[in-house]
Design a protein around this ligand. Structure first.
Ligand SMILES: Cc1cc2nc3c(=O)[nH]c(=O)nc-3n(C[C@H](O)[C@H](O)[C@H](O)COP(=O)(O)OP(=O)(O)OC[C@H]3O[C@@H](n4cnc5c(N)ncnc54)[C@H](O)[C@@H]3O)c2cc1C
Length: 297
């Protein structure tokens, strides 16, 4: 396996859903578990920090020379099915996975339809939408922690957009619901389409983006109750929609989406993020935490 990235920035740029990538020095594409382990050994030898990369739909990449990016792109893909349990590799795009499952009468995860992510990334982020989270459908996750392949089975304590996994997710077993009638299979496929249409109506998918840039904050109300607030709404109320730095802009369609209008640089996004965070802190006394991962340095 070739570990040195030799100036093919365009390829990585294509993988970036924001169409923004700085100079990256170390990148590799393992094909199986032994090469993942090899990649971690290489990182240790070189004093690099390993960074697993899935679909890249939540990662803003700047100039990177102290990390070894370990992409899941060329992992040998696996789909193993037993009744309603499906074991897969992390490099399944969620939309292909949902359609493959639906055709077999397996359903449940349609709320994730339309997200351009890989399953490993979705699991690491404990992704969710419309009040549901992916972790509700995990039987187990296997991951490599740099030394051993471990199995995680308890998902009760997972936090919002956080999995606590430190390592590379190598395999996931999903627990679907199952139905065998053809008519219902079409209904599942229609459901997938409906979720995709709903996203197109509310999200600026016509521009490169990374989904929601910030987590929705939780605030304690005067009566002691904890309430989750929509960051998109806060950004709208702060009149930040349309705010632009270079090629980076706060979307008019959805306040929590920062988009690339065409020629944005990594630095434009860093500056825009700071302006949004400072403004929301000043206006509402709320600290916005990034949902997007920034890989830089
Ligand atoms: C249009 C759009 C809509 C979106 N909608 C939603 C939504 O509704 N809900 C939601 O939760 N998110 C949403 N997102 C954000 C994003 O898709 C999720 O965070 C997703 O989980 C990221 O998956 P990925 O494979 O692209 O991860 P990447 O961006 O590649 O990585 C994200 C994080 O996961 C880690 N990671 C990736 N693969 C592995 C692995 N195999 N092992 C260990 N760690 C790994 C990375 O190191 C990084 O820290 C959206 C994004 C876009 C662009």
């Amino acid at each position: 396996m070739d570990f040195i990235y030799s100036g093919k920035t365009d390829k990585l740029k294509k993988m970036s859903h924001l169409n923004v990538v700085g100079e990256v020095k170390y990148l590799c594409f393992p094909r199986d578990k032994s090469e993942i382990s090899e990649a971690y050994n290489y990182a240790i030898q070189k004093g690099l920090k390993p960074f697993p990369l899935g679909g890249g739909s939540n990662t803003l990449i700047g100039d990177v020379e102290t990390y070894l990016i370990i992409s899941d792109l060329f992992l040998n893909k696996k789909w193993d099915e037993k009744n309603n349990y499906v074991t897969v590799t992390p490099n399944w795009n969620i939309n292909s996975l949902l359609i493959t499952a639906a055709k077999k009468g397996l359903y449940g995860l349609e709320f994730l339809a339309g997200i351009p992510a890989h399953l490993g990334g979705l699991a690491f982020m404990n992704a969710g939408a419309y009040g549901q989270e992916i972790s509700d459908y995990f039987e187990y996750i296997e991951f490599f922690n740099g030394k051993d392949f471990l199995i995680m089975k308890d998902f009760n304590e997972l936090e919002y957009r956080k999995s606590n996994i430190i390592g590379f997710i190598t395999e996931l077993c999903l627990r679907f619901n199952q139905i065998n009638k053809d008519q219902i299979k079409n209904q599942i496929l229609n459901n997938i389409q409906n979720f995709i249409v709903k996203r197109k109506q509310t999200q600026p998918l016509e521009y490169p983006n990374l989904g929601c840039f910030f987590k929705n904050p939780q605030v304690i109300q005067p009566n002691g109750e904890i309430k989750t607030i929509s960051t998109g709404m806060l950004i709208e109320q702060a009149n930040l929609k349309g705010y632009t730095i270079g090629g980076a802009m706060v979307s008019h369609k959805h306040g929590n989406f920062l988009i690339n209008r065409g020629d944005a640089k990594f630095g434009d996004f860093v500056e825009l993020i700071k302006i949004v965070q400072d403004t929301i802190q000043e206006k509402f006394n709320i600290d916005l935490e990034l949902e997007v991962k920034i890989l830089n340095g």
